[in-house]
Design a protein around this ligand. Structure first.
Ligand code: ARG
Length: 401
């Protein structure tokens, strides 16, 4: 029987050419796999037809947008995950869900190999292949750009020669990856890290310099999950989309960073994640009133480690699973409402309420009704400083010798 390969298919030039390219190089039949993670643009049916038109023997398409929102974006939100303090893991969290569908398609169509369109310099090749190794250890991996010398120029020549149903003229100098959690833009003019991004780079956000009137929004959470916006019930996918629209209109969530790739390269990336950044801000502020201090401090470091693991392609790893369990436990009381104003590139919280809040007005107030016994503070401070005081005494003694 002819060998079969499932290919992660975006519908763009490179993966369209990859169908025939892989076929010629390996003699295998190619099954195109397109997964909707809320990237917008063309319909799955259009993409399916193009894959078949480019020589795929089968096309597997899946609308995974709710799955992506519920099982990938929501955990990222619960972790308040920002890689290197900035990047909400837009591309990093989409790879594992695509991997799931690639493995599913491989089983359905009896494929032995999984192919993807990544280069040999990025993180995404790692995320795909580590994911495949974990979920389908018997499957092999191949990357035509990296392993079969499929360059951009060769791709254009191949598409023209074979008359593939794909445009080869539309020249976009940037490499773009997008889904409902956000959008990532790199290469071209941006590789000079002194160059400011030009306006044409942005798509999810309007320029924050000339914002429309301020937009006040109330986001309700239940156990860390967004469940309503301005009192209207929403699914996580709807919450992200609605905030992409409203926060995006105010230019919220533009990020310009040089980040550390797993492969050891520093690279410049522009992100836009209006919904993600508005949600993370709101969620964090709700945690501030509902999570106990020590748990909150520890969770911040867990969230950072979680972000690194996910960035580094370890979504399906045991440590990630253990950290998920910890994070999930912290979310038990993260329920309530956050009111925030979206304006001029910022999402600023100005009100919070929760039935499971730890904020105690009677303890916090300086007005009458204060229930805090201030006389307790003296002794507490004496003991709290004791250890450092003893050490300091020793230092003075030693220095004086
Ligand atoms: N640097 C980001 C990451 O590794 C995004 C990569 C997405 N690719 C792109 N063409 N911008 O997660």
């Amino acid at each position: 029987m002819t060998e079969r390969i499932v290919l992660a298919y975006s519908g763009g030039l490179d993966t369209s050419v990859a169908i025939g390219w892989i076929g010629e190089a390996t003699g295998a039949e190619v099954i195109a796999v397109a997964v909707d993670v809320g990237q917008g643009g063309e319909s799955l049916e259009t993409i399916r037809q193009r894959a078949l038109g480019c020589g795929a023997v089968e096309a597997y398409v899946a609308d995974a947008s709710d799955e992506f929102a519920n099982e990938y974006c929501v955990p990222t939100l619960k972790a308040n995950a920002l890689y290197q303090g900035h990047y909400p893991l837009v591309s990093a969290i989409s790879r594992p869900v695509i991997v799931k569908h690639l493995v599913k398609a491989a089983r359905e169509f009896g494929a032995t190999t999984v192919a993807h369109g990544c280069t040999g310099k990025g993180n995404d090749q790692v995320r795909f292949e580590v994911g495949i190794q974990t979920l389908g250890p018997d499957l092999k991996c191949i990357a035509p750009v990296r392993d079969l010398a499929l360059t951009r120029d060769k791709a254009i020549a191949f598409a023209e020669e074979k008359g593939l149903p794909i445009e080869t003229t539309k020249k976009n100098p940037y490499s773009i990856d997008q889904n409902v959690w956000g959008r990532a833009v790199e290469t071209g003019y941006l590789e000079d890290i002194w160059n400011a991004p030009t306006k044409d780079i942005y798509d999810y956000t309007a320029t924050p310099e000339f914002p429309p009137a301020p937009d006040e929004v109330t986001i309700s959470f239940e156990a860390g999950v967004p469940v309503a916006i301005d009192g209207v019930k929403v699914t996580p996918l709807q919450a992200i989309k609605e905030l992409n629209r409203r926060a995006g209109a105010q230019g919220v969530g533009r990020i310009d960073v040089v980040e550390d790739r797993l492969v050891g390269i520093k690279s410049r990336e522009i992100y836009e994640a209006p919904g993600a950044m508005a949600l993370i801000t709101a969620h964090k502020h709700l945690e501030d009133i509902t999570i106990e201090r020590e748990q909150a401090r520890f969770k911040a470091t867990v969230g950072q480690r979680w972000a690194e693991l996910v960035y580094d392609g370890q979504w399906f790893s045991p440590l990630k699973r253990s950290l998920d369990a910890f994070i999930e436990d912290t979310q038990r009381y993260v329920s309530g409402d956050i009111r925030m104003v979206l304006h001029g590139g910022q999402a600023i919280v100005n009100g919070r309420r929760s039935e499971t809040s730890l904020y105690d007005f009677d303890l916090a107030t300086y007005d009458t009704g204060d229930t805090f016994d201030q006389s307790m503070a003296r002794g507490f401070i004496e003991l709290w400083g004791m250890s450092a005081k003893v050490a300091s005494g020793r230092d003075i003694r030693v220095a004086g010798k």
